[in-house]
Design a protein around this ligand. Structure first.
Ligand SMILES: Nc1ncnc2c1ncn2[C@@H]1O[C@H](COP(=O)(O)OP(=O)(O)OP(=O)(O)O)[C@@H](O)[C@H]1O
Length: 187
């Protein structure tokens, strides 16, 4: 599971014995399966509860992004604000709303601690195979058509908390953008 979430498998490490895939049905799609395996009923109830506590400013951000989403249009949104101004709370509500409808939302954060604040959160490094030491020549190696690539293709929304904490090379040379574009263009 851990290897597959990074786009690798035991066959990438030749001395390791290989698992008998016939004993594990639908093994290729387990990443997608995990993302669709939420309890929609309880998420829908949680969504109603969380929405009732949102402030008007949070509503405005939520509505702007969800309107674009519902229009089925692409978009990149940046939400900036001082610490404690209630940004992350919106990233808690949005996945709940979309997962309750069977949509795939990838929630990532730049640090392990920050992932704990968003439901189903993973570190950006682990989810997108970002090398630990990033320089201007680094690339995110996501093998086209591997389970991770298929998951990224199917994702309806990617939420990235604390994005500016990542190394500047990841943005200035667009490595992550290139890696994601590469896999999403190979349907
Ligand atoms: N609508 C809300 N109802 C109740 N509590 C809320 C609401 N919005 C935010 N909070 C709480 O306020 C606190 C700060 O919110 P949040 O973590 O979203 O801020 P932030 O802007 O993301 O902070 P940072 O920039 O430090 O990550 C948290 O404890 C959060 O649970």
């Amino acid at each position: 599971m851990m290897l597959r979430s990074c786009g690798k498998s035991l066959k990438d490490y030749p001395p390791m014995p290989r698992a008998d895939t016939s004993l594990v049905p639908d093994i290729q799609n387990s990443l997608i399966h995990d993302e669709l395996n939420y309890n929609k009923q309880s998420l829908a109830e949680e969504h109603v509860r969380l929405m009732s506590t949102m402030t008007s400013k949070q509503h405005k951000v939520y509505d702007t992004i969800m309107t674009r989403f519902n229009e089925n249009k692409h978009g990149v949104f940046f939400l900036c604000g001082y610490g404690g101004t209630r940004k992350t709370f919106i990233w808690r509500v949005m996945p709940v709303a979309l997962r309750s409808k069977g949509e795939i939302v990838l929630t990532v954060a730049s640090s392990g601690i920050a992932t704990l604040l968003i439901p189903g959160g993973r570190t950006t490094h682990s989810r997108f195979c970002i090398p630990l030491n990033v320089d201007e020549f680094s690339t995110c190696i996501i093998v086209p058509k591997c389970p991770l690539a298929l998951l990224i293709q199917k994702a309806n929304l990617i939420i990235w908390d604390e994005a500016p904490m990542m190394h500047k090379h990841l943005f200035s040379h667009g490595q992550l953008y290139v890696a994601i574009s590469r896999v999403t263009s190979r349907k």
